[in-house]
Design a protein around this ligand. Sequence first.
Ligand code: SAM
Length: 413
Amino acid sequence: MLRRGVSDLSEDASSRPLSFAINRFLAPRLLEAWIKIRFDNQVADRCLTTIARRDRLGSRDRRRLAEAIFKALRRRGSVDALMGTKAGKQEHSPQWLATALEQDWPDGPKALLFQENESPEQAGNLPPLVIRQLESSSLDLLELGRALRHRAPVTLRCKPNHRSRLALELRDHGVQTHFTPYSPNGLICEDGAQLHQLESGLRATFEVQDEGSQLLAMLVGASADERVLDACAGAGGKTLAMVDSRAQITASDIDDERLARLSNRLGTKDTNVTIQNLSSAHASVHEQTFDRILIDAPCSGTGTARRAPDLLWRLTAEHLTKYTTIQQTLLRRYADWVRPGGYLIYGTCSLLPQENEDQITEFLAQRQDFKRVAIAQTMGEHLAQQLGCTDYLQLLPHRHKTDGFFGCLMQRL
Ligand SMILES: C[S@@+](CC[C@H](N)C(=O)[O-])C[C@H]1O[C@@H](n2cnc3c(N)ncnc32)[C@H](O)[C@@H]1O
């Protein structure tokens, strides 16, 4: 039987070199954080903040600790295989996890051999609940699990037709980038980009945004003077990506704090965006008002597991039920606000069919006044073909190297 050794579990050549260095001071804190996050189910960010405050860590140590713990979390299956899965069974020295991460599993093939038919869970990073949910899909779970072991790149979005110029300007400031393969306005930063050190003028010419998120905004197909509702705008990632369409955009969300953040992010020239919390507005007031409505729905976030790996493991069946219920409610509520001939665009950053295709099937079964439209209608034949997507926008970390995103374009008849 073919066996895979430790080298298959290390990050590939294109991923960034590790920048953390865990010294004797940080090593016990790394192990402490691991145990609290892994076994006590603490939220990674919060746990790290608590430790950092308690022990008065400087910014560099905070960053090292965070990088190390996120690397361990992205390989949780592998760490479990090496360390055991019981909190009490920690037989390792405080330095052990740090060394394992720094040197990419120095215990070598003896400690980390998997059968060829290993499960995706053993291979790394997919918890049983997620595997169960994905079993009905056609996704290659091993490939997906492997892709989720890698850090997500830092990706930027710039104004249309400014990409080459921005790339040159960034290069002059020591930030190397390359073009995103699909989004026409994206730049992927090479390792070690110090974006926070850029002068504010240059910093204002781009937004940090995953390429998948840029593509979901493109799926909306907003154009000048159209009335567009971004119904779950949050702090405005997609709203800002649609601003240059010159559509009349209303950004709404149930969370006023997020909308306030969007307000701070808007430029003085972005007068085509109105921020208004319509989440509890009487449904009849806005009936058939909008040309396009984007529902960037609250979801499990499983597509962003490279950035928030603990989230994947904290997901429960109850959470999933809660999300799918809200998603269906949002679809039904905002469908009535689309004018006949207008479009409803549903999106998530989830990998799970229950939050994606299944929601569309359920919605369309009840709303015969809507039909699904090929994504090429707004994204163009060439891009749709390049993405390998027809009926749905389905972006996958192992295929497109983006976060996982789902999008569907529906037209009201
Ligand atoms: C995936 S996030 C949106 C991200 C945002 N569109 C962006 O690009 O940055 C989902 C958003 O849905 C909002 N939300 C949750 N329930 C909602 C509801 N019933 N009505 C409107 N928004 C809701 C959440 O507050 C959250 O901001």
